[in-house]
Every structure is written in C-alpha cells, then in structure tokens.
Design a protein around this ligand. Structure first.
Ligand code: F6R
Ligand code: MG
Ligand code: MG
Length: 364
C-alpha cells in the first residue's frame, strides 16, 4: 500500500435492456451494492453508456492488481446472474470464460488504468463509448495531445510546449511503438489513421514523464476469434496544469468523427457526444455514443461526476451527428457506410459464395 493512487475503469456488456440499447437499473444497483462491500477500494462510481456497465474505481494497489480485477470480474458475474434471471439480452456476453485467471485483460472486459501521484488538484475525465471500438479514441487523443489547432496550450503554455509521447498498439502483430510529438507527427498519423489496426494505448508528458491518458485496447473479437459483441472502449485523460485543459480534452468531440461499429459492429457512423441519460443508442442501434464524466480526485475519493456532454454547447455536434447519420444511412448495405469485408463483425459472404458456387464461371 503506497500513497500513490490508481484509477481503474473496467467495463463489460453483461446484458442489454432492451436489446443492445442500455443497462437495466437492477444491474447498476447490484454493481453498486457489490462494490460498496469491498475493502479494496478508496472510492467507486458505477456508470453506463448504452449497454455497457462501467466500474470507475480508485485504490492504492497499482495497475493489473489481481484482487481489484477479480472484484470487477465478480461484479460482472453477479450482475450476469440478474441479467439471466430477467432474461436481459445477451446476458454475460462479454465474459469470455467461466473462470477468472488473475487479470481481466484478455477475458472480455475492457480495462483502462493509470497509477498517479495525486497533484494539488487532480481533474480527470473518463470517456466511455458504446457501439464502437478502441480505434475510436485515435482522432480525439491526437487532437487533445498533438494538434495545436485543438489544444492552445501546446503553443502558448510552457508546461505543454515540449509535447507528448504517444504509445501505439498494433492489433495485428501485437506490438507497441512510441512516437514523440511534435517531431514524429507525420509518422504517428500514418499508423493511427488506420483505426482498425492501430490504437493509441497511452500518452505521457515529455516534460515530466507523467502519465496523461490511457485507453482500453481490448479487441473482443480478436480475443475470442469470433463475433461476440463490440469492444466498446473507455479512456482516462488527466487535465489542467501540464495536461490539456478540461475544455481542450472535450473539444475534439465537437466534431462527430466517423467511427466503426454501429449496427452489428459493421458500419461507419458519427460518434455522438451525449449525457449519460441520452446514451441509449436506438436509431439503427446507434449512432455510436460517447459520454464524458469529469471527476476531481481528492485524497483518493472521486468528487463528481460532472456529466460534461449534457452541456448545450454540444447540441450542434449532436445535430451534425444526426445529419451525418441520415446521409450515411442512405447508403444502406453499400460501403463506405458498411465496413469493408475485412473489418465486418457479421458477414454472410462465405455462405452466399458457397450457395452460388456452381454459378461462378471463369472469364475467358
Ligand atoms: C453492435 C450491437 C448491435 C447488435 C445487433 C444484432 O455493437 O451490439 O447492433 O449487433 O443488435 O444483435 P444480435 O446479433 O445479438 O441479434
Ligand atoms: Mg450488447
Ligand atoms: Mg456496448
């Protein structure tokens, strides 16, 4: 037990209400009840985005701490029992195994954790998204920590002027690579522009070496080797005084960028910033949503949340997302609304090819 603090966000979809739309309140109550009886934590909040249950926890045990991961796992198991009892949709869908093996990474749930020395004042934002996947954070994290047109501090605040180090994960070859911005900006963009293959895993201040952001990079379908749901991701960003201001961290979401996910995890659609109450993807199971919860960390406690995207200044982004959704939807089954064949979570192509086998003929 040190005095360093760990902020762990562990999430899973363990049953939807109704369909894949939201989390039933009984599951939130159960998660709250379960976490409240643990002596491991300094504090916690249970939050939801769409059909995902997010456990936001502070503790003194560091990242990848087996008992904390087991606690989250046990919460999900316990909530799954309720989801099964109510016959909620896809009960237990993100839990890829029956037995916990010491760490929830690789077992289905998404994890973003950072260990930090609590500063004199420690504002953090927890971003949670539904109906999309980890590459969805590439654009906003790049804007926050790499783009002076988004983050004024990169230009005019001496504490940010040295830039940030981006750690990028390659999903296909399962490896990591670092980029130092601003000088490696073009190299970084070559990779993170390919959101299906590369994702920003963490960001650090180059001046202080302090951790600035972490994201969940679990890819359920790669883990399971089959479609078992989406990898709806979470991300933690530290703000102010050497990090982007809260407003600089929120600003990228004024542009509802296109992310993969939406209906059947197989379509491009705009990421709509919403309040927690409005994070109920309905239209064509979407459009994909992002919620931003702000906290002041105070001697290990979570003071908050502040539900940032409930602010009216995000109304226009929501309007724009609606307009983009109209436009994208009109493409129906055509790319680029539908993902390309390599990235689709559902496909009937092998069956259709099989059925039509005799009808294909060589071109002479
Ligand atoms: C996407 C998502 C939904 C489902 C869709 C079909 O991440 O969760 O769009 O893919 O509702 O669901 P199933 O296959 O369970 O009928
Ligand atoms: Mg679901
Ligand atoms: Mg989900």
């Amino acid at each position: 037990m040190g005095d360093r603090l760990t902020l762990s966000v562990i999430k899973a979809d363990i049953g939807g209400f109704v369909g894949h739309c939201s989390v039933h309140p009984a599951l939130v109550d159960e998660a709250q009840r379960y976490l409240a009886q643990s002596t491991l934590l300094e504090d916690f909040r249970v939050a939801t985005v769409g059909d995902d249950l997010n456990l936001i926890m502070t503790h003194r045990h560091g990242v990848d701490h087996a008992p904390v991961h087991r606690l989250a796992w046990d919460v999900f198991i316990s909530c799954t029992a309720i989801a099964r009892d109510k016959k909620l949709y896809g009960a237990g869908q993100d839990l890829l195994s029956d037995a916990f093996s010491g760490n929830v990474r690789g077992m289905g749930p998404g994890v973003a954790e950072m260990e930090l020395e609590e500063r004199e004042s420690e504002p953090v934002v927890v971003f949670m998204a539904d109906k999309t996947s980890p590459g969805a954070w590439n654009y906003p994290l790049y804007k926050m920590f790499g783009d002076p047109f988004n983050t004024a501090g990169l230009v005019i605040d001496p504490k940010l002027h040295d830039g940030f180090r981006f750690e990028v994960q390659d999903f296909l070859e399962y490896r990591l690579v670092d980029f130092d911005l601003p000088e490696d900006m073009y190299d970084l963009l070559v990779f993170i522009g390919a959101t299906g293959r590369f994702a920003i895993k963490s960001v650090r201040s180059r001046q202080t070496g302090l951790i600035a952001a972490v994201s969940s990079t679990q890819k359920l379908n790669l883990l399971a080797g089959r479609y078992v749901g989406k990898d709806d991701p979470v991300c933690i960003v530290r703000c102010q005084n050497g990090f982007p201001a809260v407003g600089e961290a929120l600003e990228p979401f004024a542009m509802p960028h296109l992310v993969s996910g939406w209906m059947r995890g197989s379509h491009w659609g705009p990421l709509m910033p919403v309040s927690q109450a409005d994070a109920r993807p309905t239209r064509f199971d979407g459009p994909p949503r992002v919620v931003a919860l702000g906290f002041q960390l105070c001697r290990g406690k979570l003071v908050g949340p502040q539900d940032f995207f409930s602010d009216i200044s995000y109304d226009r982004a929501r309007q724009t997302a609606g307009t983009i959704a109209d436009y994208m939807r009109q493409h129906g089954p055509f790319e680029p609304h539908r993902l390309d064949l390599d990235q689709m979570e559902y496909t009937t192509l092998p069956q259709v090819v099989q059925k039509l086998q005799g009808r294909f003929r060589a071109i002479s």
